[in-house]
Each structure stands twice: as structure tokens, then as C-alpha cells.
Design a protein around this ligand. Structure first.
Ligand code: UD1
Ligand code: BG6
Length: 712
């Protein structure tokens, strides 16, 4: 079900003949990791050299890089020790195998003395087989991760081949032959001091190069093996002690590479790094999964290709391949990055908001990751589990939020009421405080906030804490004030949201709130069928969001031609779609500065109808649910006043067929009624985006608005 997105981040720093204190080295590493923070992660770790020869130190911590920094600072490590040459590797982890914990955080090690340490992005699919094999060889695994098997395998292969005097590249080749899956990988070892291996398959990795002197050439030659390939039966342990697991990676089953003769360790010189005067060149290397971590140090970068093995030692970067392939390029160029940090972080998108809109198929999955079991049809919210009974017994649930977060409460209120059968009120934080609304000890107050820092929401939280209510947070930013000060809660795990106009946080809040409603009702037999249909709906929602995003070009055209010169835009919806109308109107106001109003369709005839004429653009949220006939009656009322609505409807909606000819439609896939708003809001996000782009406004930082409003 989960798609392959490698949120984890890799960073490595090598200084060669460039004096750096340990403190400086660690700072460079932590800063590099912080640059990767926007990708989202749950724990972080570094490996650096110790004071004694052959000593590698590991620092690993759950939470942000700041927590790791604290852990390091609280250790008694000598920050002033100077290293002329040093290799450090670092990682920010997004848990896939095993929970976030210091032990599961990278770097992973071969043994308690840290002979081999690795950081890894991706998934080793045959790690169970490797683990079983190594456990049979008395290796003791200490984590639940797939990555640990790489470090242990490296030690095993090293120990078996001690007599061969393998260099780090040769050793790596033997290790990689056994790995299946995807990896971006850095490896460091006490046996190869001041050397590092960087290799990738299906997961990005690049190397930044920083020198005082100009590089002689702007490419690195690829070095092909001086190895003979022999075939052995597998699985087995061969006479020379090498492993050969079935379907070794990149090689035919049972093939094995063996050095052609003992001590055949010729090392070619890397042309780029040879200085004219023969004096070794001072150089720094920055290895990373993402250029954003490198660009502040150097713009000279080399992107590794799949199956490249980069070996850095003695100030040189060598790139090796396991075998010679016809037609493959024989050099890797060192490019100059033209992009600024901001642009790199935006990837192929022009704005963060656009990126975040398009991230929604993934961010929604991340909200559900590890929490929804689509087969067993269960929802487990770790942060709420011990509070569910208390919440089920509460007198009412008060949801409190501002802006977009308030709309996510509106969007899910009905399903909360239906599933939990607890009275729900939804409050704007400022108004809730202005009214000094009564709150009691047996109330549950839910605070929804992307940033977790919004002052109005925070003050409302304080107010409820003072009155003894149970407080629950639905928050994106782990470690934020609301996350810390609530009794319990759910992190929506949407990843950092940078655009001021909230998009992916909205859909993730929505999903998190639906999950909370599902959790609250999982003891009710009478709700089971409904719950199952919602969970089925959730299992398909990410794909459906992708389908809606495919409307991008149509929406852009609609925004640029039909709507761009309008002064105002009305959005009509009722039931579940009232919140969508409000949220769509907020998006349009926020970034395109066009007046826009979200109107409850049932209220149309009580006032707003007076605005309707042939000119006022109106979007009607007319997807199919039990209120559809009533929405259609609002459409009729609009048409009767010569209005010209755009209908956002389900694909192939028969009841609309006669209107199709006359009126413009945007067709979205159908899902369960209470999830439909997740799909319907996306065309409106895109519409606001294209309106703002066409008008030349600053999409990510609209005038007068801030991402987190920390003043009352
Ligand atoms: C936790 C881990 C997650 C891991 C999962 C595996 C964290 C932050 N989360 O997620 O990385 O994959 O275990 O089981 O380490 N909380 C509040 N207020 C809020 C939000 C959360 O008090 O506004 C509390 C929760 O009650 C919980 C903790 O913070 O005690 C973590 O919440 P959440 O990340 O949602 O929990 P899990 O999904 O269990
Ligand atoms: C600000 C933002 O007004 O705060 C909005 O500009 C956001 O986008 C609102 O919805 C609430 O923020 P939060 O962080 O509490 O969800």
C-alpha cells in the first residue's frame, strides 16, 4: 500500500588536510541534517571518530536534530580536539522498520565496538535472510531495522577475508552483491580510517566537493573491476569464505567476484584531485541524499548513478562499478549547481504551495502510516490509546482551531457525531475565548493546529487546562507548544508545510480527525459496517487524490480565462461540503486576494441569492451524497436567476447530464460521503494557486499573512 518515498536524509562530511575541531565537524554535520529537516523525520544520529585510535562514537536521538545536538553537548566529548582529516556520517530517519528510538536510529553498527557503521535510505528487502544467516554466525542484532544487516554483513565479510587484505571498495562490492532492495548508503569503518564509501541503488546520493584550488578536470573517471567472476552454487559459503545468497544483487544467481590475485590492490589516481605541484590538495567532501544539505558549502556536485560505489580516501574520490557494462558512461561529471537552496527544496515546482498540493497523495498516506490496517480494518492511534475510554465517556467534545484548521474540524464534525454519538461543538479559538464559553472537567477539548503555535489556539488550550478538561492535540509540528501542552494527541505527520496557505496540512488534519472518530467508535458493533466502508474509502483515497490532481491543466485554464477578471467568487456546499466551500473560499482570498465566500447552500435563499446574476461566478460542490437533491435545488435557484454555475461533481453523474451541456463541470472520483471533501478541496486549492500565479502575487508568502500567528 505504501509508496516508496524516501523521507530519511543522509549526510556525510569529509575533511582532508583541512583542520577542523570536533565541534566544527559536528556542527557541519548537524547543520547539514537540519537542511534535510523539511523532508520530515522522527530521529537522527551521527558517527564520528573518538579520541583513541580505531574508535568510532555514535550519537543517536529520537526527535529533532536539536535534540541530538543537546545529547551531543551533554556528553563529555572533547569538542576542541583537532582533526586534520576525518570522516563523519549522519542520518535523519523516518521510521519504516521499527519504531523511532535511539537504538533504531542510524548509524547502525556491526558490533558493540562500532567496527563498521552505516547510514541508509531505502529498504533492504532480503534483510530477514541476511539476518538469519548472520545470527547463525553468532551476530547479535540489536535493532528492528533492515539496515543493521548491512553493517553486520560488512564485518562478517571483512573477518572472513582478513588474509586477502581487501580494500574498502572490494569489501563493499562483496557486501552489495548480497543486498536486494533499494539503498543510498554511507559506510565508515575503523579498518579503513578516514575513508568512506557512498553507494546507491534507487535512492539518490550526491557528493559536493570543496577545494581552495581549482579541480584539474571537472569529472571523475569510473573505475571498472580487475576482478574475475566465478560461478558458485548458492546459497552456500564458498571455500574462500564468501557468502553467496540466492539472487545476489546485480549479479546472476550464485555469481561471485574474486580478486584476481592476492594483494592485487592497484589504486588508480583520480585525475580531478591531483594538484600540479604534486602536493596533496586540501579538500572537503559533503555527501548527501539531497542537494539542499550541500549547497551552502559548495555548488560543485557529482550525482552518483545507481550501482556506483564512491570511495573517498586520501583526499580523492574514486567511483567504481562492480562490472563493466557496455554503453555506460565512463565518467561522472562534477556539475555546478545553479539553484539556490530555496529552489532545491521546491524540487520541480515553482512554489512551495504547489509542491505541497501535489504532495497530498503522499502526505495523506503518511498520516495513516502505521495507524490504519486496511486488511483488518482497524485504526490504532498510539497517542490516544490510553485516553480513548475517557474520551468515550465525556459529556461533549469541543473542537477549537483557527483558519484552515478550523475548517478541518467543520469537515469532520458530522462523522464524529455519527460515529461517537457524543455532542460536538466546533469553535473558532478567538470567539471561544471572547465568549468565555463554559468548559467542564468532563469535556474533551480538541485543539487542531498545523504549527502547534497559534496564539489564539494556545490561549484556548490554557483556558481549557485551567478548567480541568481533557485536552487533545491534532498537530503537525512535533515538539510544538500545543503538542507538548495537551494531555495527548495525534501528530498528523504531513511533513513540513512552508506555503502560508495551508493545503496538505488540511487534508492530513481531516484524515487524522476521521481516524480519531473511527478509533472512538471501534467498540460499537452497530457502527461496524459504516466504519469498514470508511476504512475502505481511506485505502483508496491517495490514488483518488492523484486522479483529482490530473485536473490541474483544466483548472489552470478555467482560472486564467473564466475567473481571472472577476471581483468575487461564490462557493456553495452543504453537509460535508460546507467546510469545503469555506476552505476553498479562504484559499482564494488568502493568495489571490479575490473576494470569495463559502456559503451553506441551504442558506442561499435567506440572503445570498440577492447577489446572483449572470456575471457572478459560482462554484457549486455537487458531489453525490444524501444531500445531493437539496444541492441540486440550490443549483436550480441559481440557474433561475440567470446564474452560470461551475459544478464540481462526481464522474458520470447522471442527474447532472442535462446540465452538462450547458454548464461547466469539474469531475472528481466518488468516495464515501465523509471523505469526499478530501477530494473536492483539491480543485479549489489549485484554482486559488493558478489565480494567484496569473495575477503575479507571491503565492507562498501572501501579503499581510503569516504562517504561524503567534500573537493574539
Ligand atoms: C509514535 C511516534 C512515531 C512512530 C510511532 C510508532 C513520535 C512523535 N511519534 O507515533 O514516530 O512511528 O509512535 O508507534 O515519536 N501528543 C500530544 N499532543 C499532540 C500530539 C501528540 O500529547 O498534539 C502525544 C501523543 O499522545 C503521544 C505522542 O505525543 O504520546 C506522540 O504522538 P503521535 O506521534 O501521534 O503518536 P504515534 O502515532 O504513536
Ligand atoms: C494562520 C495561517 O492564519 O493560522 C493559516 O495563515 C492557518 O493558514 C491558521 O490556517 C491556523 O494555523 P495553525 O498552525 O494553528 O493550523
Amino acid at each position: 500500500m505504501y509508496i516508496n518515498i524516501y523521507f530519511s536524509g543522509i549526510f556525510g562530511y569529509v575533511n582532508y588536510l583541512v583542520e577542523r575541531t570536533r565541534g566544527e565537524i559536528v556542527n557541519t554535520m548537524l547543520d547539514g541534517m537540519q537542511r534535510l529537516e523539511y523532508r520530515g523525520y522522527d530521529s537522527a544520529g551521527i558517527a564520528i571518530d573518538g579520541d583513541k585510535p580505531n574508535e568510532v562514537l555514535l550519537f543517536k536521538e529520537v526527535g529533532k536534530v536539536a535534540a541530538l545536538r543537546k545529547l551531543y553537548e551533554n556528553s563529555d566529548t572533547d569538542n576542541k580536539k583537532v582533526f586534520n582529516t576525518h570522516v563523519g556520517i549522519a542520518h535523519t530517519r523516518w521510521a519504516t522498520h521499527g519504531q523511532p528510538s535511539p537504538i533504531n536510529a542510524h548509524p547502525h553498527r556491526s558490533d558493540p565496538t562500532n567496527e563498521f557503521v552505516v547510514v541508509h535510505n531505502g529498504i533492504i528487502t532480503n534483510y530477514r535472510e541476511i539476518r538469519a544467516l548472520l545470527e547463525g554466525k553468532h551476530f547479535v542484532f540489536e535493532t528492528e531495522t533492515d539496515t543493521e544487516c548491512i553493517a553486520k554483513l560488512a564485518k562478517y565479510v571483512y573477518d572472513l577475508n582478513k588474509h586477502r587484505d581487501l580494500d574498502f571498495t572490494e569489501l563493499t562490492k562483496l557486501v552489495l552483491m548480497e543486498l536486494q532492495g533499494a539503498y543510498g548508503l554511507l559506510m565508515k569503518s575503523v579498518h579503513y580510517p578516514n575513508e568512506v564509501i557512498a553507494t546507491r541503488k534507487g535512492s539518490p546520493l550526491l557528493i559536493g566537493v570543496k577545494t581552495e584550488k581549482k579541480l584539474k578536470v571537472d569529472f571523475v573517471d569510473v573505475e571498472f573491476p580487475e576482478f574475475a567472476e566465478i560461478t558458485v552454487d548458492s546459497p552456500m559459503e564458498t571455500s574462500n569464505g564468501l557468502l553467496a545468497l540466492p539472487q545476489s544483487n546485480g549479479l546472476s544467481n550464485g555469481s561471485l567476484l574474486v580478486p584476481m590475485g592476492d594483494n592485487d590492490l592497484r589504486r588508480s589516481q583520480s585525475r580531478a584531485f591531483v594538484s600540479d605541484d604534486g602536493i596533496p590538495m586540501q579538500i572537503e567532501f559533503f555527501l548527501a541524499s539531497d542537494p539542499s544539505a550541500v549547497v551552502e558549502h559548495t555548488k560543485k556536485v557529482l550525482y552518483l548513478m545507481d550501482d556506483d560505489i564512491a570511495h573517498i580516501y586520501d583526499g580523492e574520490l574514486h567511483i567504481h562499478r562492480i562490472r563493466r557494462e557496455d554503453g555506460q558512461p565512463t565518467i561522472r561529471s562534477i556539475q555546478t549547481l545553479e539553484m539556490e537552496l530555496n529552489e532545491i527544496m521546491k524540487g520541480n515546482f515553482d512554489h512551495f504551495m504547489q509542491k505541497e498540493i501535489f504532495e497530498q497523495p503522499d502526505s495523506i498516506i503518511n498520516t495513516m502510516r502505521g495507524r490504519v490496517d486496511f486488511e483488518k480494518k482497524t485504526v490504532t492511534l498510539g497517542g490516544l490509546s490510553s485516553y480513548l475510554q475517557t474520551i468515550r465517556r465525556c459529556r461533549r467534545i469541543i473542537m477549537v482551531a483557527c483558519g484552515t484548521s478550523y475548517h478541518s474540524c467543520m469537515a469532520t464534525r458530522a462523522i464524529f457525531e455519527e460515529l461517537s454519538e457524543i455532542p460536538i461543538t466546533v469553535e473558532l479559538a478567538s470567539d471561544f475565548l471572547d465568549r468565555r464559553s463554559p468548559v467542564f472537567r468532563d469535556d474533551t477539548c480538541v485543539f487542531v493546529s498545523q504549527s502547534g503555535e497559534t496564539a489564539d489556539t494556545m490561549l484556548a488550550l490554557q483556558y481549557c487546562i485551567e478548567r480541568g478538561a481533557l485536552t487533545v492535540g491534532i498537530v503537525n509540528s512535533v515538539g510544538s507548544s500545543i503538542s507538548r501542552q495537551t494531555n495527548c494527541g495525534v501528530h498528523i505527520n504531513a511533513g513540513p508545510e512552508i506555503g502560508v496557505a495551508s493545503t496538505k496540512a488540511y487534508t492530513s488534519q481531516y484524515v487524522a480527525l476521521v481516524m480519531m472518530a473511527l478509533s472512538l467508535s471501534d467498540d460499537r458493533i452497530s457502527k461496524q459496517a459504516r466504519r469498514h466502508s470508511i476504512i475502505d474509502g481511506l485505502s483508496k483515497i491517495s490514488k483518488q487524490v492523484e486522479e483529482v490532481l490530473a485536473l490541474n491543466d483544466r483548472i489552470r485554464a478555467m482560472a486564467e480565462t473564466d475567473l481571472i477578471n472577476q471581483k468575487s467568487l461564490l462557493l456553495l456546499g452543504r453537509g460535508y461540503q460546507h467546510a469545503t466551500a469555506l476552505e476553498g473560499a479562504l484559499k482564494i482570498k488568502e493568495i489571490s486576494y479575490m473576494h470569495s465566500e463559502g456559503v451553506l447552500a441551504g442558506e442561499l435563499k435567506h440572503g445570498v441569492l440577492a447577489l446572483v446574476d449572470e456575471n457572478l461566478p459560482i462554484i457549486v460542490l455537487a458531489t453525490h451524497d444524501s444531500l445531493f437533491p437539496k444541492v441540486m435545488s440550490a443549483v436550480e435557484q441559481v440557474i433561475a436567476r440567470s446564474g452560470n454555475p461551475i459544478l464540481l461533481c462526481n464522474k458520470g453523474e447522471n442527474a447532472l447530464s442535462k446540465l452538462h451541456k450547458t454548464y461547466r463541470t469539474l469531475e472528481v472520483p466518488a468516495t464515501v460521503d465523509c471523505l469526499q471533501g478530501l477530494l473536492n478541496v483539491i480543485p479549489l486549492q489549485l484554482m486559488s494557486y493558478w489565480l494567484a500565479v496569473k495575477k503575479g502575487f507571491d503565492v507562498d508568502f501572501p501579503r499581510n499573512l503569516a504562517k504561524a500567528v503567534t500573537v493574539e
